[in-house]
Design a protein around this ligand. Structure first.
Ligand SMILES: Cc1cc2nc3c(=O)[nH]c(=O)nc-3n(C[C@H](O)[C@H](O)[C@H](O)COP(=O)(O)OP(=O)(O)OC[C@H]3O[C@@H](n4cnc5c(N)ncnc54)[C@H](O)[C@@H]3O)c2cc1C
Length: 402
């Protein structure tokens, strides 16, 4: 495996890094302060559209998209260092149109959508004009098992009728969110992995209602947010089903593969940012006659963090390399491994960074609580740690089956 960057990946990396340093990082603190001060924070502040337009004009747009002509057509290996840089900022992914869940939803449309579905939704998602949500998880069933979903998508003649309740629908609160990918039970008598369908639902359809927005550690994550959404007798043409009835589970699996590795790449960047904050604070304050970084086991903490990040980055690159060379199926274990490891190392390093900041670490003066919430959320979103461990163990034990 040779992880040296291709010339075009290096070029994109230089430009993305410079854009984040010069355009995004200087305004990020103010952006969140201004947003929180709004009477209605479920808005897109002008600075976001300005930066999106700038990034687009510089060709720093849809960098996640491996398929020509829809985006930069970088391989996963080429995209990984760019995503890492984006992970250093909370808003950079959106500025480059590389944010979840839109990225995964666009990939679903490209891989599984009909020409009509692509025409209806793709151009406006690719241009960043609209946003979307992915509604799979339900309040009433253990949703880490995707075959448990109980909300329904029943075919009646030329229509599909949707009923049920979803939650943790990220992005549903965004004022530009217009499209939902909904997963529902279509045929409970079919084989377990062919019972569900994915349906493209316009958010303004009759019967779609945001019941409430959920908080993560007390934060609403505006303007994207995570909602609980009810679907009551939502009627759509049958052509809104993606790839036909019964393909929901298959699409969910395909959708989450690249998404999980993108999350991991960004998480490594977030871990680098946390370590940087930890070191800078440790060097900038003194107690008991020495810099904080030199006290107790703090230098060992720095060393352990560096070792953990390097290991995680190498594993992320290996997972990206395996997907590129041998496809997502061959990379299943590595993708799950890094999906467990990256958020856990981020959580540990942020926790230590909070500690060395003392009380300040828990305040909004530093981005540490937001980074902690990100790490903790990612240990659940796109599959809890335990589900990934179960898959890794299953694949490992398979090697010993007769
Ligand atoms: C911030 C955030 C954003 C999210 N965004 C979205 C989104 O956009 N769209 C969407 O559909 N969902 C989203 N989710 C939901 C997320 O994917 C689910 O929370 C997750 O899949 C777990 O489902 P659950 O909450 O029903 O937990 P459950 O399935 O009830 O599982 C609870 C716990 O049971 C244990 N467990 C489960 N399986 C096993 C096992 N095999 N072995 C050992 N223990 C196990 C684990 O400890 C697990 O955490 C988001 C979640 C969060 C926190």
């Amino acid at each position: 495996m040779d992880f040296s960057l291709s010339p075009r990946s290096q070029d994109y990396l230089n430009r993305v890094t410079a854009f984040i340093k010069d355009e995004i990082s200087p305004i990020e603190d103010d952006y969140f302060k201004t947003l929180k001060a709004q009477k209605n924070p479920w808005v897109v502040l002008p600075i976001i559209e300005e930066l999106k337009a700038k990034a687009k004009a510089q060709g720093l747009w849809n960098l996640f998209m491996p398929i020509d002509p829809y985006g930069a057509s970088l391989s996963n290996e080429e995209y990984a260092p760019l995503a890492e840089q984006m992970g250093r900022s909370f808003i950079a992914p959106e500025i480059f149109n590389c944010n979840a869940p839109d990225t995964g939803n666009m990939e679903v449309l490209i891989h599984y959508g009909s020409d009509e579905q692509k025409q209806q939704w793709l151009p406006r998602l690719l241009s960043g004009e609209i946003r979307s949500a992915f509604c799979m998880t339900e309040p009433d069933v253990a949703s880490s098992d995707a075959t448990n979903m109980a909300a329904t998508a029943i075919v009646e003649g030329d229509e599909v009728v949707i009923n049920g309740s979803k939650w943790w629908s990220t992005g549903i609160g965004h004022p530009n969110c217009e499209m939902i990918i909904f997963m529902g039970l279509t045929d409970p008598t079919a084989p377990r992995h062919q019972q569900h369908s994915m349906v493209l639902v316009p958010k303004n359809s009759k019967g779609v209602k945001i019941e409430r927005m959920l908080t993560v550690f007390g934060e609403l994550d505006e303007p994207f947010g995570h909602g609980e959404v009810s679907f009551t007798n939502v009627r759509l043409p049958k052509s809104a089903i993606i790839a036909g009835p019964g393909r929901g589970f298959e699409i969910a699996q395909g959708r989450l593969g690249p998404g999980r590795i993108h999350h991991s790449m960004r998480t490594i960047g977030a871990a680098e940012r946390a370590l940087e904050l930890l070191i800078k604070r440790g060097l900038s304050r003194e107690a008991f006659g020495d810099k904080l970084i030199n006290l107790g086991g703090n230098r060992a903490i720095v060393a352990d963090a560096r070792m953990a990040i390097e290991q995680a980055r190498l594993l992320t690159m290996k997972a990206a390399w395996t997907i590129d060379k041998h496809g997502i199926k061959a990379a299943m274990s590595e993708v799950s491994q890094i999906k467990v490891i990256a958020p856990n190392i981020l959580q540990t390093i942020v926790d230590q960074a909070i500690q060395i900041h003392g009380g300040a670490g828990l305040s909004d003066d530093f981005p540490l609580t937001m980074l902690f919430a990100t790490a903790r959320s990612l240990r659940l979103a796109d599959g809890p740690d335990e589900v990934h461990r179960a898959l890794i163990a299953k694949l490992e034990l398979k090697k010993y089956a007769k």
